[in-house]
Design a binder for this molecule. Structure first.
Ligand code: PEP
Ligand code: MG
Length: 553
C-alpha cells in the first residue's frame, strides 16, 4: 500500500470500491480511408446502432420508473428508420461508418432543433446516442458516467452539470476528480447525493479501471489498493463517526447556547426526500434553475406553482428560502443566455437577467406567491447576484407586489458586501453566496480547479467581506446567512458564526458535522477563531491557525 493520493475532501464519509473512469466524448479521426465495401460498412453502422439500442433497453429495464421511459425513448431513436436512410446515403457516397453515423445525427439534430420546443428538447438525447454509437464504432470506452453493472468509485477529470444529472447514487459509491474546487459542481452534487468526494486530486489521472481504492471524503485522500485491515479500520472509524454525530440533534447552537439556524440547500425535487428527512430548520437555498434547464422556453406559471407547492408542503411548519432564477455564466440557459457573451461571469446573469426578461422574474414571483398561499410554510425569496442597494430595493418591491413580504438578496458581488448597510436597509435579509463571492473577490473563475487556493473560502479577504455583511445585518437587526459551500465546513462554520452570521445552509449530509462542531465551542471562542483567521495572510494559514486553536480550546 503506497502513500495515499491527496486532494480536497469536499463531502464527508469513507468508502472502498473499484474504480470506474468517466471517458470523454470520442473524437472522430479524419476521414482518410476510402470505403470499398459499402454494404459491409452499412452493416457495421447498423450493428453499432442496434448495440446502443439494446444497451439502452437493458438500462431502461434496470432503471424502472420515469427514467425507464426516457431510456426506452432513446433506444427507439437509435433505431429510427429515417436515421438509417441518412446513414445509407452517406455510406454510398464513400463515408466510413463512424463519419456516416456522426453526420446523419448532425443532420437530424439540425432538423429537431428547428422543429419546435418539444423536439428541440430531444437534441441532448440525440447527442448522447451519437457519442455512444461513434464510441462503439471506434472501439473506444462509452462516454459519460460509466455503467459497469456493479457499485464503483467514479473517477473523472471533472464533472459538468449535465453529467451530474445522470449519476445513479445506488451505483456510485464516491467521487474523485482531478480538477474542481470546493465550490465546483462536483462538490455541490456529491454533497447533495450524500456521496463522499475528493476533488482537485491531479494524481487521480493515474487510477486504472477496476483498481480498488479507499476514499476518505473528510481527509481528502484516496488510498490505492488498500489492505483489508485499512478498509476495516476506516469502515469502523466511519461507523463510530456516524454514531457520534447521530447523538447530537435539534437546532444548531454554540455550547453556550447562541442559536445558529441550520438550513438545507436543495437543487431539485430529487433532493427532497433526503432533505425532508434531515434534522434541520428548513431550506436556506432552494436553487430553482432545474425548472428552467434543458428547455427552450420558460416553464409556465402553473408548472412552477405545482413544483413549488410540492416543495413547500414537504417543508410544512418550516422555512423555505427560494432563490429566484440564477441563469447565466456557470448555469447557461438556452433561451435566456446570449451564446456570444464575451465574459459571461461578468455579464447578464442572476438578477440582471430581469433587465432583459422582466416577465421571467414576475412570473416566478407570482408562482412562488401562489404556492406559498396554500399556507403552513414560512416562504422567503431572495435574488442572486445583486450589486447595489437600488437592485435590492427594486427586487424587494417586486416581491412585495407579488405578495411576498420576506424578500432578501444574496451577497455574491464584493460591491454588495462593501455597501451592505444600504443593501440590507433595502430588504429583509442577506444570504452570502460565498462560492460566487470568492470568484468575484479574487477574480478567479470558480470552475477553474487550478485556482482552488484563491477560491478557498478561508481566504481572509473573503472573511473580511463576510464580516462586513454580517455586521451590517447585526446593526440593522436583520438575519445574515451563508448558503455557499463555506457553510458546510465544520471548522469554517465556527469562524462564520464568530463573524456574526446567523444561519448556515448546506447539503443535508453536512448538517450533523456542523451541528456537532458548533456544539463544542462557545460564541466567544468563535469570535476568537474569526479574529485569528482574519489576521493571517492566506486561506491555508487561516485554516491551520483555527484548527490548532479549536483543537486546544
Ligand atoms: C454561491 O454562489 O455561493 C451560491 C450559493 O450560489 P450558486 O452556487 O448556486 O451560484
Ligand atoms: Mg452564486
Amino acid at each position: 500500500m503506497s502513500a495515499p493520493l491527496t486532494g480536497i475532501g469536499v463531502s464527508p464519509g469513507t468508502v472502498a470500491g473499484p474504480v470506474a473512469r468517466m471517458s470523454p466524448p470520442p473524437q472522430l479521426p479524419p476521414q482518410t480511408a476510402i470505403v470499398e465495401d459499402s454494404a459491409r460498412e452499412l452493416d457495421t453502422a447498423k450493428n453499432a446502432l442496434e448495440a446502443v439500442g439494446s444497451d439502452l433497453d437493458a438500462r431502461a429495464a434496470a432503471a424502472g420508473g420515469e427514467a425507464a421511459d426516457v431510456l426506452f425513448a432513446q433506444a427507439m431513436m437509435a433505431r429510427d428508420p429515417g436515421l438509417v436512410e441518412k446513414i445509407t446515403e452517406r455510406v454510398a457516397k464513400g463515408e466510413t461508418a463512424p463519419h456516416a453515423v456522426s453526420g446523419a445525427f448532425e443532420e437530424y439534430r439540425a432538423v429537431l432543433a428547428n422543429a419546435g420546443a418539444y423536439m428541440a428538447e430531444r437534441v441532448a438525447d440525440l447527442y448522447d446516442i451519437r457519442t455512444r454509437a461513434v464510441a462503439k464504432l471506434l472501439g473506444l470506452p462509452m462516454p459519460g458516467i460509466p455503467t459497469p453493472g456493479h457499485p464503483f468509485v467514479l473517477v473523472a477529470p471533472n464533472l459538468a452539470p449535465a453529467d451530474t444529472a445522470t449519476i445513479d447514487a445506488t451505483q456510485v459509491l464516491g467521487i474523485v476528480t482531478e480538477r474542481g474546487g470546493p465550490t465546483s459542481h462536483t462538490a455541490i452534487l456529491a454533497k447533495s447525493l450524500g456521496l463522499p468526494a475528493v476533488v482537485a486530486c491531479p494524481d487521480a489521472a493515474s487510477l486504472a479501471e477496476g483498481e480498488q481504492v479507499l476514499l476518505d471524503g473528510s481527509a481528502g485522500t484516496v488510498t490505492v489498493s488498500p489492505s483489508p485491515e485499512a478498509v476495516a479500520e476506516a469502515t469502523g472509524r466511519e461507523e463510530r463517526r456516524k454514531a457520534a454525530l447521530a447523538a447530537s440533534s435539534g437546532p444548531g447552537r454554540t455550547s453556550d447556547g447562541r442559536g445558529v439556524q441550520l438550513l438545507l440547500n436543495i437543487g431539485g425535487e430529487g433532493d427532497l426526500e433526503r432533505a425532508v428527512a434531515a434534522d434541520a430548520e428548513g431550506v436556506g437555498l432552494f436553487r430553482t434553475e432545474f425548472l428552467f434547464l434543458d428547455r427552450t422556453s420558460a416553464p409556465t406559471v402553473d408548472e412552477q406553482v405545482a413544483v413549488y407547492t410540492r416543495v413547500f408542503s414537504a417543508f410544512r411548519g418550516r422555512k423555505v428560502v427560494v432563490r429566484t432564477l440564477d441563469a447565466g455564466a456557470d448555469k447557461p440557459l438556452g433561451f435566456v443566455t446570449q451564446p456570444d457573451e464575451p465574459n459571461p461571469a461578468l455579464g447578464i446573469r442572476g438578477l440582471r437577467t430581469s433587465r432583459r426578461f422582466p416577465e421571467l422574474l414576475e412570473d416566478q414571483l407570482t408562482a412562488i406567491a401562489r404556492a406559498a398561499a396554500s399556507g403552513g410554510t414560512e416562504v422567503w425569496v431572495m435574488a442572486p447576484m445583486v450589486s447595489t442597494p437600488g437592485e435590492a430595493s427594486a427586487f424587494a418591491q417586486m416581491a412585495r407586489i407579488a405578495g411576498l413580504p420576506k424578500a432578501g438578496v444574496m451577497v455574491e458581488v464584493p460591491a454588495a458586501a462593501l455597501r451592505a448597510s444600504a443593501v440590507v436597509a433595502a430588504c429583509e435579509f442577506l444570504s452570502l453566496g460565498t462560492n460566487d463571492l470568492a470568484q468575484y473577490t479574487f477574480a478567479a473563475d470558480r470552475m477553474e480547479g487550478e485556482l482552488a487556493d484563491l477560491l478557498d473560502p478561508w481566504q481572509p479577504a473573503l472573511l473580511d467581506l463576510v464580516g462586513m455583511a454580517a455586521s451590517a445585518g447585526g446593526a440593522a437587526g436583520k438575519p445574515v446567512g451563508v448558503c455557499g459551500e463555506a457553510a458546510s465546513d465544520p471548522l469554517l462554520a465556527l469562524v462564520l458564526v464568530g463573524l456574526g452570521v446567523t444561519s448556515l445552509s448546506m447539503a443535508p449530509v453536512s448538517v450533523p458535522d456542523v451541528r456537532a462542531s458548533l456544539a463544542s465551542h462557545t460564541f466567544d471562542e468563535c469570535r476568537m477563531f474569526a479574529s485569528l483567521a482574519r489576521a493571517t495572510a492566506d486561506g491555508r494559514s487561516a485554516r491551520l491557525a483555527v484548527k490548532e486553536a479549536a483543537g486546544s480550546s
